[in-house]
Design a protein around this ligand. Sequence first.
Ligand SMILES: NC(=O)c1ccc[n+]([C@@H]2O[C@H](COP(=O)([O-])OP(=O)(O)OC[C@H]3O[C@@H](n4cnc5c(N)ncnc54)[C@H](O)[C@@H]3O)[C@@H](O)[C@H]2O)c1
Length: 456
Amino acid sequence: MAVIAEKCPQIEVTIVDVNPQRIAAWNDENLDNLPIYEPGLKEVVAEARGRNLFFSTDVEGAIRSGDIIFISVNTPTKTYGVGKGMAADLKYIELCARQIAAVATTNKIIVEKSTLPVRTAQAIKTILENGESSGINKPQFQILSNPEFLAEGTAIQDLHHPDRVLIGGDQSPEGLKAIETLTDIYAHWVPRERILQTNIWSSELSKLTANAFLAQRISSINSISALCEKTGADVDEIAKAIGTDSRIGPKFLKASVGFGGSCFQKDILNLVYLCRHFNLPEVADYWEQVIKLNDYQKQRFSKQIIDSLFNTVSGKKITFLGWAFKKDTNDTRESAAIYVAWQLLQDKAEIHVYDPKVSKEQMLKDLDYLAEQNLEFSLIKDQLFSNLIVHNDPYAAMHSAHAIALLTEWDEFKTYDWQAIYNNMLKPAFLFDGRNILDIVKLSKVGFEIKSIGKS
Ligand SMILES: NC(=O)c1ccc[n+]([C@@H]2O[C@H](COP(=O)([O-])OP(=O)(O)OC[C@H]3O[C@@H](n4cnc5c(N)ncnc54)[C@H](O)[C@@H]3O)[C@@H](O)[C@H]2O)c1
C-alpha cells in the first residue's frame, strides 16, 4: 500500500490495523522504528507518509470513506477444530467482511490481498450481501482477488518491478469494470501487458500454486543435497548444471537447512487441505511431501550437529549466526533456526545467537510458540530458555564456542575474520553452514571441521 501511495500521489491511501502498537510504529518519527525491516521501505514511507499515505486505528472511518478496500489481514494455519494444522484460519477475513457489511453505506470494491483458499470470494460475497446495511439503499460490492507475489527481503524491488500483477474478478459487466479500476491504479507504474486479468477462482488458486511450485523447487534441491552428502557430489555444481537448462532455469536452486517464512508452509498446507476437501487424496499427498521433506531437512541438520559433536551437545556452547528466515528481513516466522534451536535446547545445549535484525524478545516468542505445542517440554521450557543467550556482537557470540551453525544467509557473515574466530574457539572447532554460502575449502584450511549442506 505504501508503494501504491508512492506511485499514485493523487490517490489517498489509509492503512488501518486493530493493533495500535503497530500503527504507532508506522507513524514513528524515527523511520528506523518501522515495524518491518525491508530494504528501501523507509524511503518509500518517508516520501508518501503525511502526503497521501496515512496510518490509523480508525477502522470504521476508513471503511466508510474508502472506495476500494484491500483486505490484507493474516490468514494463519488453523490451530484448533476442523482442519487444525492444515486449513487456513479465515476468522480475520470473516471479521473484516462482517465489519464492512455493517459499516459501509456506499458502493465499494473489496480486494482480497491476503492469500486465501480458492472460493473464499464466495464467502465474502455472501456475508457482504447479507449485511446490516441491506435495504433500499443497499451498497453494491464487487470482490476482486489481487494476490501479493512480493518476496520478503526484496519487497520494494518486487513491487516496483513486478513480473506480473494478477487481478481476478467476476466476469459480469460490473466485475469487469472493477477489474479495470484496479488495473488503472497499477498501470501508473506497471506496464499493462504485465497486468493479468482472470476469473476470480483462477486468481485465488494461482497464488497457492505459485508458492507450492517455489517451495517444491527448494525441497527438490534439498532432497538431492542429502544424496550429495553421501556420494561426494556437490549440490552447487548440480544446481549450476541443471539451472543452465532453460526449461529448468537457475533461480531457487540453493540447497539449505530448509525454507521458512510465513507463507510457504501455510499455503501448501492450505492447498493440501483443499485437495482433501475436494476428495483428491493423491494430489494432496503429492504436495504434502514438499513440507515433509522440509521438516526432514531441519531435523537432518540438527542431527548432524549432535552426531558431529560426539553424540552430545549437553553443556556445549553452540553459536547460531542468524535467526531470521532469510537475509534482509527481521521476519522470523517458521524460520529453520527456531526448529534447530529447539532441538538442540532439548539436548541441553547452550545456544548463543547473533542476528543483525532480530531481538531476543522475538526469539523467545518463537520458541515459546513451539514449546506450547509439546506438553512435556512446555513444563520445562523456562529452564531450557535460560540456555538461549543473545549477543549484539558476533565475535563475542562465537568466542569459546564448540560449534557455529549458520542459519541465515546474511551477507555480513561472509566478511568475518574467520581465522580470528577459529583461534578463539574450542578445538576441534566445528562450523555447520546451513545456508551453504561459505567457502568450505578456504575455511577447512583455516582449521575448521566444516559441514555444508549438500557437500561431503
Ligand atoms: N508476508 C509476506 O511476505 C506475504 C506475501 C504475500 C502474501 N501475504 C499474505 O498477506 C496476508 C497478511 O500477511 P502478513 O505477513 O502481512 O501478516 P501479519 O500478521 O504480519 O499482518 C496482518 C495484520 O492484520 C491485522 N488485522 C487482523 N485483523 C484485522 C482486522 N479485522 N482489522 C484490521 N486489521 C486487522 C493484524 O493486527 C496484523 O497487523 C496473509 O494472507 C499472507 O499470506 C504475505
